[in-house]
Design a protein around this ligand. Structure first.
Ligand code: 2AM
Length: 180
């Protein structure tokens, strides 16, 4: 993951994401506190919690208009995501909350955004999408308990620019698209 490096005002670090409403954010933040008691590590700040749909990384700012225009054509339906599984990935020391069964609408949304981007000539990540909210970083891991499900009503998706500041990553939602 490349989140650091020199700041270039002509380059944006971008990703498409699901951004929680206030009630879902509270529920995710509570899940983060709970998982932290089991796995330790560094909790993500409440205002940063999200699910990445498509990661773009460094993108020239001059491509922003073309990027948002092509995604205007991506169509997908609203849905509810049930995050019912906590987990830990040793390779990146992340503690996460995810869906044991991602609904088809979620995968269709990821496919629609990827297809729109590819059609406009943007390079997208070829790795399979694993929907998850990162709750903890730098965790040593441990036994992952059963979790209380978080029900997240999804009615839109967003484009986010990330900035590294002294107190950690900051995410600016720069565009929002409603789902049908
Ligand atoms: P993570 O939480 O699993 O690390 C902003 O950095 C968001 O983009 C995070 O949700 C992060 O996922 C994801 N991300 C960062 N680098 C990535 C990469 N190289 N490929 C895919 N997703 C990435």
């Amino acid at each position: 993951m490349t989140e650091s490096g020199p700041v270039d005002p002509d380059t944006l670090r971008l990703f498409f994401a699901l951004w929680p409403d206030d009630a879902t954010r509270d529920a995710l933040n509570r899940a983060g506190k709970w998982l932290h008691q089991h796995l330790g590590g560094r909790r993500m700040r409440a205002e940063t919690l999200h699910i990445t749909l498509v990661f773009l990384g460094s993108t020239p700012a001059e491509q922003l208009d073309a990027l948002t225009a092509c995604v205007d054509a991506a169509q997908a339906d609203a849905f509810e995501l049930v995050l019912d599984q906590a987990g830990y990935w040793r390779h990146n020391r992340i503690g996460w909350l995810g869906a044991s069964q991602a609904p088809p609408q979620h995968l269709e949304l990821v496919d629609a955004v990827n297809a729109a981007l590819q059609g406009a000539g943007f390079a997208v990540d070829a790795r399979p999408h694993v929907p998850h909210v990162t709750l903890l970083r730098n965790s040593a891991g441990g036994e992952v308990p059963e979790c209380m499900p978080v029900h997240w009503p999804i009615s839109d998706f967003v484009l986010v620019a990330s900035r590294r500041e002294v107190d950690g990553m900051h995410y600016d939602v720069i565009r929002r698209w409603p789902l049908a």
